[in-house]
Design a binder for this molecule. Structure first.
Ligand SMILES: [Zn+2]
Length: 764
């Protein structure tokens, strides 16, 4: 008896931990049996949606299938039809359905071959993800994995996974692609008959387009509709109507809006963009119509970008208008192609120079002939105006004052600023471009330039549009906050708002003109026409020209791109809102961070002050100047004071005066005072190399040398290489033909004032 308790001990004491361990291993194995990413390695179509969630366009997946990236849920009709057809207990079972499996087994045994799979939708998801043979063993594995999948995802998600990966005939995979390909509509807008067709299709995906299978398919669809009727999912009326609907015919093309924009979105995923479909359609229509008109003048290509300033998002995008009109280069996305910038970058220089105190808003800039290391800029009209306020020079897009301003500001600094403003196309070093950078010597992309303008408009108006200051970027280049001084930008927008720009625009072409701050650009050789317009809410960028780069006489930013820009402006929501003048001492909410400034150090204090400004030169007033108070960026306090007023007289330099006078009859100049510079060479500039033309006889024609003197009645004596060559009075012009080589030319007046230049005459 003593041994009895021993008998009550378990027979195999060592097995217990073994069983526990085994169970633990099994449990772990079960927990980890399902791959983290069920459909790893499966490629998806590129799907691009509008801001409203509508399909803009799609691209076929890498494996040649129309397979849209999975959604989390299915539209209700489709969910109902699918469950009713495939797996009626789907909402209740744990991934496997023993009753259905047993019934299938019986059916199969009775008929001697496989007539029913008895698989649940969950098991079918597993099967679609594994693509293994259909054997009993595989089915067992699928069952286990299915129960595990049920633990991971909600039912809706499992159903959506099935619908996204099931075959729908041909190269159409997934419900969403099928809805578009067969019915031309999103899955959420399908009728009951259409939903039922798609629900039965994965069961026999090859039947849809085979003549003999269509009757079967119709029967299947109608049986499912009947079942849905009996189940109370649809009314008798709906049922009767659904039976009348025909099956779909040949697959339909997918929607294609903003196709160039779709191209630039990430591949193989679904992207929700900022494109507003109704606006996109309207902008496309205007661009197509305008492009067809321009084509008659030899301007084949046209691109448009519209940006919402508050979000920074592109809301309409035409990479190249009128794609139906056959031509080479039509597939090129010109909005993202580098093109010569013409004058379109000038507002950034003006704003930056203002922000950093290089100039005040109306500072007089020289507009006289100049030769800077072989670069002799000309204005568009080939005239010189002597001196022009910076704001007016910007509004009239004068080239010469812009070059003077860039020389003062510095090419490397401006080059770096443009890069910070988001221009990725200025890949050469600043020396490569030199001062021509401001006249189209560099290249820019319409999308990036429009974005940079939009960022300016936002900086000026942004706080009232979007209190948290967030700008969302989607398929979109990064923005920077380089030009951020509100007042500097406000003055820039003011200058660009002057629509009274003679010769620039044929206003008769424009039906109704809304208020905009806008700038045009024309590249050398009439190859590129630009126009960018800003309102507080939107920025519109337009480029016109030929993709292959050939120029068209008469192609200009104002005449060619301007009218398109205004036509598109008219499509945008009307608003009376305008950029408000910033008040004094506005502390900026965002200050420029130290590391974004570069070696120049802090550029501005980002607040505004009142200053005494000379009414004639636009510069800081001296005691001799007629002055007016004016709000300026604080950095402007360090700008140069007016050098043109001495003892009350407004006196320009002789060269400025020479060109200024004909345009300003009211200009008096020096009456009494002796200015520091009496004489100035107008042509040539010191350091110039001259190429003297020859007559047919071989004789050198020589060149007309020209000098300006403050006093109209002065007499000048001319000396070439210290040899007297002639004298002039009133009009100081002398034709000279110096031999090839280096020379000096000196002119002297009766008071002993003189001016000297050095120049070179090129050899034969
Ligand atoms: Zn002055």
């Amino acid at each position: 008896m003593a041994g009895q308790p021993d008998h009550k001990r378990p027979r195999h004491p060592r097995l217990r931990p073994g069983i526990s361990l085994g169970l633990a291993v099994l449990l772990l194995a079960y927990l980890f049996c399902l791959p983290k990413d069920l459909f790893k390695g499966v490629s998806y179509s590129t799907v691009v949606e509008s801001a409203e969630g509508e399909l803009l366009g799609a691209r076929i997946a890498a494996d040649g299938q129309w397979r849209f990236p999975p959604c989390d849920t299915l539209p209700e009709r489709l969910a109902t039809a699918l469950v009713q057809f495939e797996d009626r207990q789907f909402w209740w079972h744990p991934g496997v359905n023993p009753v259905a499996m047993g019934r299938a087994l019986l059916q199969n045994l009775r008929s001697g071959h496989v007539v029913s799979g008895g698989s649940t939708l969950t098991m079918q998801v597993i099967r679609l993800s594994r693509q293994k043979e259909r054997t009993v063993w595989q089915k067992l594995i699928e069952s286990v994995l299915a129960t595990r999948l049920e633990l991971r995802y909600p039912k809706q998600r499992i159903l959506a996974l099935y619908a996204s990966h099931a075959p729908f005939g041909g190269n159409v995979v997934g419900l969403e692609a099928a809805a578009w390909r067969y019915f031309g509509r999103p899955a959420s807008e399908l009728s009951w008959a259409e939903a039922a067709t798609l629900a039965v299709l994965p069961n026999a995906p090859s039947t849809l387009h085979l003549g003999k299978g269509r009757e079967d398919l119709l029967q299947k669809r109608n049986r499912l509709l009947k079942r849905l009727l009996e189940h109370g999912d649809l009314s008798a009326d709906t049922y009767e109507a659904a039976l009348e609907e025909p099956l779909p015919d040949a697959p339909l093309p997918l929607p294609s809006y903003a196709s160039h924009f779709v191209e630039r979105c990430p591949r193989g995923v679904r992207t929700r963009t900022g494109i507003r479909l109704p606006l996109q359609k309207a902008v496309s229509a205007v661009a197509d119509r305008q492009s067809d008109d321009l084509a008659k003048e030899g301007v084949a290509d046209l691109a448009v970008v519209v940006i919402d300033n508050a979000t920074g998002e592109i809301v309409a995008y035409v990479g190249n208008a009128s794609p139906e009109r056959e031509r080479t280069g039509v597939q090129v996305d010109i909005a993202a192609s580098p093109r010569s910038t013409g004058s379109i970058l000038k507002p950034f220089l003006y704003a930056a120079a203002l922000q950093e105190g290089e100039i005040l808003p109306h500072t007089l800039l020289p507009d006289i002939p100049v030769n800077l290391g072989g670069f002799a800029p000309q204005n568009f009209d080939r005239q010189f105006y002597g001196a022009v306020p910076a704001s007016e020079a910007l509004a009239r897009s004068l080239n010469v004052p812009a070059v003077f301003l860039l020389r003062q500001y510095g090419v490397p600094k401006f080059h770096s600023l443009l890069q910070k403003e988001g221009l990725t196309t200025l890949t050469h070093n600043p020396d490569y471009y030199g001062l021509s950078l401001i006249l189209g010597g560099g290249e820019g992309r319409l999308d990036e330039i429009t974005a940079a303008y939009s960022a300016m408009a936002y900086s000026c108006h942004g706080d009232s549009l979007d209190p948290d200051g967030s700008r969302n970027d989607n398929c979109h280049t990064e923005r920077s906050e380089c030009i951020s001084d509100r007042l500097a930008i406000w003055y820039t927008l003011q200058a660009l708002q002057e629509v009274n720009r003679p010769d620039e625009l044929d206003w008769r072409l424009i039906r109704s003109v809304r208020k905009a701050a806008w700038k045009t650009g024309t590249s050398y050789g009439f190859r590129d026409a630009w126009a960018v317009g800003m309102t507080p809410a939107y920025t519109i960028g337009v480029w016109a020209g030929n993709a292959d780069g050939h120029g068209v006489p008469g192609l200009t930013g104002a005449r060619t791109a301007g009218p398109v820009m205004f036509d598109i402006l008219n499509l945008l929501p009307a608003s009376d809102e305008w950029f408000e003048e910033p008040s004094c001492h506005t502390e900026r909410s965002e200050r420029i961070s130290g590391d974004s400034l570069g070696p120049e150090g802090p550029r501005n204090d980002n607040y505004s002050v009142y200053a005494n400004v000379c009414t004639q030169s636009g510069m800081l007033a001296t005691p001799d100047c007629p002055a007016q108070e004016m709000l300026i960026p604080a950095a402007g306090l360090q700008s140069e004071p007016c050098p043109y007023h001495r003892t009350g007289e407004f006196v320009l330099t002789p060269a400025m005066e020479w060109f200024y006078k004909p345009h300003h009859p009211e200009y008096v100049g020096a009456r009494s005072a002796v200015s520091t510079q009496e004489i100035e060479f107008i042509y040539p500039q010191s350091g110039t190399t001259l190429y003297l033309p020859r007559q047919l006889s071989g004789q050198v024609e020589g060149a007309v040398f020209r000098v300006a003197h403050h006093r109209s009645d002065a007499t000048l004596w001319w000396h070439l290489d210290q040899t007297y060559v002639g004298e002039t009075r009133f009009l100081h012009e002398l034709r000279l033909a110096p031999a090839p080589g280096s020379h000096t030319l000196t002119v002297v007046d009766g008071d002993g004032n003189s001016a000297t230049i050095r120049f070179t005459v090129a050899g034969d």
